[in-house]
Design a protein around this ligand. Structure first.
Ligand code: ZN
Ligand code: ZN
Length: 312
């Protein structure tokens, strides 16, 4: 009897100390959505904001959405050890969304990755990965022999996807909708359906009303956003101003239209992301929120690198 009691005490102490199975499952921390990089476009000018990357942690597993430059360090800052990487989703193959895909996989491998990582992306993904592995062939083969590591080219499993079901694993489903991001034909919005929450990422898109149907009733819509008055100031500093401005206007969504999508979809929370311009200090969170609030009267969260929203 005394032994039984003692065992109970030890079990209780182990759970408190973080050794119990329930605690181990949530070693990545609570279920949450984290914006890792919120800058629209490929420019890197400092540690934040960095180009596109987001994270969902659900029941101890990480889901990485886009791998813009900076994603490795931002994942570490969000409390995700690189060897815990399991699933990565790329919305389209603009470099502000995939530039660090290969380096992230290599960094995870160097951090001790032993499990496979499923990588989902539109057509072109296989070529992106093949090119990366070819560029790293010397290092990979040297370390396999020299350090006894597994072959990272076998650990990363690419899945090229189109519209429809992208992934179903356990209680998580991911569904893709082709959006409108010319000249990129293979560009997608992604919907993550969890048991208690639905989260939709617009990806990069021009105003695209079908997205409202796709996101209908979602708990969280993470939508890209363009602030038109800020665009003139932004392109004025660039040598190819007019061409750049026309290009940006043709494939991104102005703030008022982001609000229209969120209102039509009746989402509970709208999270602004992928800001264009992404580097104008005059554009405060209040300015972004007010621009969207003209057409959406629900909850608006102005994203920033490191923003974390609980999913419970
Ligand atoms: Zn982008
Ligand atoms: Zn893009």
């Amino acid at each position: 009897m005394a032994l039984h009691t003692r065992r109970q005490i030890i079990a209780g102490a182990a759970a408190l100390a973080g050794h119990g199975p329930a605690v181990a499952q949530s070693s990545l921390g609570p279920d949450r959505l984290v914006l890792l990089g919120t800058r629209g476009g490929p420019l890197v000018t400092g540690p934040a904001p960095t180009p596109s990357a987001s994270l969902i942690v659900f029941r101890g597993e990480p889901y990485v959405i886009d791998t813009g430059y900076g994603v490795t360090l931002k994942l570490l800052a969000a409390g995700v050890p690189l060897a815990a990487l399991r699933r990565v989703f790329i919305t389209h193959h603009h470099s502000d969304h995939n530039l660090e895909l290969g380096p992230l996989l290599t960094n995870a491998w160097l951090a001790g990755l032993r499990s496979t990582v499923d990588v989902y992306g539109p057509p072109g993904l296989n070529a992106v990965l093949a090119g990366w592995w070819a560029s790293q062939r010397f290092d990979i083969e040297a370390r396999i022999v020299d350090e006894g590591r597994p072959d990272p080219r076998a650990l990363a499993v690419p899945h090229e996807y189109g519209e429809g079901l992208v992934m179903q694993a356990g209680q998580v489903r991911v569904i893709a909708l082709r959006n409108r991001h010319p000249p990129v034909a293979e560009s997608y919005a992604l919907k993550f359906v969890l048991p208690s929450k639905t989260i939709v990422f617009s990806g990069d898109t021009a105003y695209f009303p079908p997205l409202a149907d796709f996101a209908r009733g979602a708990d969280i819509l993470v939508h890209e956003v363009l602030y038109r008055p800020g665009l003139d100031a932004m392109v004025a500093r660039r040598p190819n101003a007019e061409r750049l401005k026309a290009s940006i206007l043709s494939h991104h969504t102005p703030a008022e239209d982001v609000g229209r999508i969120a209102a039509a979809a009746q989402v509970k929370t709208l999270v602004l992301n992928h800001f264009v311009p992404g580097d104008d200090p005059a554009l405060t969170a209040q300015i972004w929120a007010e621009a969207v609030a003209r057409t959406f009267n629900g909850r608006i969260v102005v994203g920033h690198d490191g923003l974390s929203l609980p999913l419970d």
